[in-house]
Write a protein that binds this ligand. Sequence first.
Ligand SMILES: Nc1ncnc2c1ncn2[C@@H]1O[C@H](COP(=O)(O)OP(=O)(O)OP(=O)(O)O)[C@@H](O)[C@H]1O
Ligand SMILES: [Mg+2]
Length: 284
Amino acid sequence: MNAQRPSAARVSSVAPTAAPPTQGAEVALCNLTLGHDRHPAVHHVEARLEPGSLTALVGPNGSGKSTLLRGIMGELRPMTGQVVLQGAARGRIAYLPQLSRIDRSFPLTVSELVASGLWHLTGIFGGLRADGRARLSEALAAVGMAGSEARSIAALSGGQMQRILFARVLLQDAPLILLDEPFAAIDERTTDDLLDLIDAWHAEGRTVVAVLHDLDMVRARFPNAMLLAREIVAHGPSGAVLSEANLARARARLAAAAQATPDVCEIGEAAPAPALRAVGGEGL
Ligand SMILES: Nc1ncnc2c1ncn2[C@@H]1O[C@H](COP(=O)(O)OP(=O)(O)OP(=O)(O)O)[C@@H](O)[C@H]1O
Ligand SMILES: [Mg+2]
């Protein structure tokens, strides 16, 4: 198979581990306020993501989608409230960051980047044993990038990079999968392939959240949606959430927030909230 171009074959719907159905994680967002430099970006979010649910996180630019995913990941410390995870310890969340947040100039090979998905098993400096290397190769084949192990990530196209990031998520075999704009700047065929992979994760019982801007795709492929405009505008079945009235409300709320003076959040300064609490699942 040509490592320069993804395979024409559809991606495999089988996880390389051939694992039994996974128990998806439950995510509870409790009065959650997250921000940057003490400026709140999303306010007082209350929501519950059911185990095994497939949810699209939508909202205009700057509405707080990436901030919310980073909060669920535990990368950002809440200003108020908390994230309560049931069935996914912190190291067992698979996260695909927004492409703009990845430094592609960092000297890493495809193999090194994808292998970081196995750190929960190997440790950062553990290296891969033969079975780990085999799983890595299978994950690359599953995303149409077989044989690309030695390539530098700096030499990949945007679509190839997204496939590689999906391979890392595959390897992580996680009960909770967070994808931040997984289809940004990629062609229709790659999008279709990667959507099939998301469907497979959903069928396996994993809990999946994906930030998306293509509302037609959300209506067609994602049963649930959460509409964000620095707070939750609507959350539930996609068709109802993405009504014209809700979309107009989201745009209006964000426009109003943009005109307001940036508010420095004093909440939580006296007693910082716990960043993330994991209940059950594998140990931290
Ligand atoms: N690292 C940061 N430092 C300071 N402010 C930030 C940082 N990251 C995001 N923000 C601010 O937080 C708010 C929410 O940004 P966020 O990236 O979460 O939005 P988004 O919905 O993901 O937008 P997009 O659709 O453009 O990716 C914005 O006002 C943004 O400027
Ligand atoms: Mg974003």
